[in-house]
Design a protein around this ligand. Sequence first.
Ligand code: ADP
Length: 424
Amino acid sequence: MAVKEGDGGLRRLGRKLGRNWLPILIVSMLAIVAVVELNTPYMPVALWLCAVIAILAVRDGPAVASAKDGGNPAPETEEPEVPGENVISGVRAGLAVLDTPVFILDRNASVLFQNGAAERAFGQLPAGAHISARLRSPGLLDVIRETITTGQPNQVEHSERFPSERVFIVRIARADVGEGAAPPFYILSFRDVSELRRIDRMRSDFVANASHELRTPLASLRGFIETMQGPARNDPKAQERFLAIMLDQATRMSRLVDDLMSLSRLELRANIAPDQKVDLVPVIGHVRDTLLPLADELDVTITLHLPDRPAEVQGDRDELVQVFQNLVENACKYGQEGKVVDVWLRAEPGKPVEVSVIDKGPGIPAEHVPRLTERFYRVSVADSRSKKGTGLGLAIVKHILTRHRARLIIKSELGSGTDFTVRF
Ligand code: ADP
């Protein structure tokens, strides 16, 4: 990319001679033998001179070229004064094919080369530009400076905000050229750890959320136990009321623990696709039967629309029961005021099998829809708790469907209701 112009013609000639010392030595020895044999210096010296000029002209090294030439060195017209340019051109060809961003810097921290990944990540830097023209973080510039001064490798974390938020571990190391007195160059490489950081954050959020969800009923249980040991010690009526609430809280905790365990079991099997054939017609029938008591309690009618032939998909029966149980239960709970829940099973030849669970409830505001399958995400925490929700139901649904290579499509209209469709 960047080619520094050399100034001393003599120094360049000296380096060329140094690089081609072996053929020049052989030609010189032949010339000496010829002088001795022919007894005249003119002819051998003239031939020796021609041979040396030819060697220097033919065995010239390549220039440092841009990343865009795909690593094919351009023919050199004027030899650039860059550290170990022969070596750099070899290194560059290797770096060009890497998909991690890499820069080669000289000892002034000017860019000699950037690979395609670096161009994509940071844009193309002008030839010979100082690295700070694009990367201005003082911490990063400090470690570059330090490595150039001490020769010791260094690494530092570097964040980019635009065009998107990314975190890199940046490493700078000196590469010794090993070509006589040629100065070293420095390799600046970037490892993108944004995804790892995001997963770490999700994990710690999850642990914090799970602990918080468990802590609330636990604190309430403790409070009631203390009250029953103290002020309500001799109040059987109050004790009875408290015991009912305590049972409720303990049930909530065990629901949460069950859901957490379901999620962790599913995570363990996330990459193993299920291999049974499951007919969804009896599965949907079973789900309706299980939820009839809840539907009656909420005064909701569950209507099934099933095909008159089997609707087979590849899957795990118990997990599919769990998916449709969650969806129909949510439709009954959150769409209660619509009074009806329709379940459509479509299995038309040549089309994917689909199950739609449709309620006529209040619907879900559009901004919440994309996040519904996140763990502990609820449109209204109070509403979910009052309906015995844990905030994990749709996360479990999504996990199961991912394992089944199926999709969950959510459509909702405020005031009209919600449609959760599973497409296999
Ligand atoms: P929860 O245990 O709270 O029911 P889910 O993961 O099953 O957790 O659902 C997440 C949230 O999605 C619910 O708290 C609720 O706000 C919303 N939701 C799910 N299904 C429906 C529906 N059919 N209608 C309206 N809102 C729904």
